[in-house]
Write a protein that binds this ligand. Structure first.
Ligand code: FEO
Length: 174
């Protein structure tokens, strides 16, 4: 069982994860219109991963006997100007998500809720990975320059990213 305060905070985070999925889906379509099919693939896979983040929260809140309350998802931007700016925005967004996860852990501790604090640890690790991988892509784009052959190679590399459904999550939602 988790407290009402904790449930509300987790529901709010689910909305933030849904927005992340929405944001990256918008970036995927924008990148596609720029001829950056690899980047489009990368953002599309990212969007799908964000949905798995939503489902992890869904499963956890449900397993605690609490109700998932969904709210309006904010409208993401449609124009990201350049691929460098799109990834810069991605990093800023992920850093903001990291801060919210840390705040959630703070609430879990205030509520003496060790189960939720442990559950959230998965997200702490995930945020480290996400910030690192986006940071590497930004470094590559900066080294290559945003147009020309270098960007073509980076785009090809981004096109190799494959979505993998977490095995345990499949079982939990099936
Ligand atoms: Fe759900 Fe990108 O953090």
């Amino acid at each position: 069982m988790i407290t009402d305060k904790m449930t509300q905070a987790l529901n709010k985070q689910m909305n933030a994860e849904l927005y992340s999925a929405y944001l990256y889906l918008a970036m995927a379509s924008w990148a596609s219109t720029q001829g950056l099919r690899g980047a489009s693939n990368w953002f599309f896979v990212q969007s799908r991963e964000e949905m798995t983040h939503v489902w992890r929260f869904y499963n956890y809140v449900s397993s605690q006997g609490s109700q998932v309350i969904l709210d309006t998802v904010a409208k993401p931007p449609a124009d990201f100007e350049t691929i460098a700016k799109a990834f810069a925005e991605t990093l800023v967004h992920e850093q903001a998500v990291t801060a919210i996860i840390n705040a959630l852990i703070g609430i879990a501790h205030e509520e003496n809720d060790n189960a939720t604090a442990i559950f959230l640890q998965w997200y702490v690790n995930e945020q480290v990975e996400e910030e690192e991988s986006v940071g590497e892509i930004i470094d590559q784009i900066n080294l290559a320059g945003p147009v020309g052959g270098g960007m073509l190679l980076i785009d090809r590399e981004l096109g190799t990213r494959v979505f993998k459904m977490p095995v345990g999550l499949v079982a939990a939602v099936a």
